[in-house]
Design a protein. Structure first.
Ligand code: 5GP
Ligand code: ZN
Length: 113
């Protein structure tokens, strides 16, 4: 486990060894912008506890996450949004540190057309 943590890019982001655009930080949780956003404001929320899948994360860390998701969607002003969390390669997980995607949908009236 220690070796996996040392190689984990999200643990490096938590430690500041890889730069990120931080949005919210608490003692248990970090939220930052996704480097390859699916929409404007696409954010990732991660527990500061290293674990690959949801079932590996203690409840007190998980409990910190959804209120931050709510804060982020309110901050974007998006009326429609997805909260996604992938577990395992077959479920499209690429980074083996639990993360919740917050993906705002552009509001209709902000469209270019
Ligand atoms: P997954 O497919 O594992 O659910 O999503 C991983 C997400 O992490 C992807 O949306 C990807 O763009 C994002 N990501 C991967 N590496 C980095 C990084 O170094 N910095 C940031 N900010 N996001 C990353
Ligand atoms: Zn990690």
């Amino acid at each position: 486990m220690a070796g996996k943590m040392a190689a984990c890019i999200f643990c490096k982001i938590i430690k500041g060894e890889i730069p990120s655009f931080k949005l919210v930080e608490t003692d248990k949780t970090l939220a930052f912008l996704d480097i390859n956003p699916l929409s404007r404001g696409h954010a990732l929320i991660i527990p500061k506890f290293h674990g690959a899948k949801l079932a590996d994360i203690p409840d007190e860390h998980l409990a910190d996450i959804l209120p931050i998701a709510k804060k982020l969607v309110k901050a974007t002003g998006a009326e429609e949004y997805n909260i996604l969390q992938n577990n395992g390669r077959g479920a499209h997980q690429l980074v083996d540190h639990v993360h919740f995607h917050v993906i705002p949908k552009p509001n209709e009236k902000e469209g270019l057309g």
